[in-house]
Unconditional design. Sequence first.
Length: 122
Amino acid sequence: MKLDKNFFSENIKTLIYALIIAVIIRSLLVQPFYIPSSSMEPTLLVGDRLFVTKYTYGYSKHSFPFSPPILNKRIIFSSPERGDVIVFKTPADNRTDYIKRLIGLPGDKIQFIDSNLYLNSL
């Protein structure tokens, strides 16, 4: 009977260690996502999977599971560049992850006229 109890406790410890390692990797290094819609076609297709690095643009409360309110703003921050694929949550629902390509930076004027996208044009 003692052998079974020891075996069970060792397996529980292993599972807890694996869970801690997975949370650390997912929170601090990379997180997997998949493309749920056709909004990124033709470069990314529905069902494509990608790994997003967490350290590229810094860390915020959304870097951690369930978005705990431990950080009020982004730390170790670097600015994204035009053309980068970014993942973000909207302030409206704070639950849904959006995967989009960055086309405009602060100060840019973006217009969508007759199905054409214009950036900084007069």
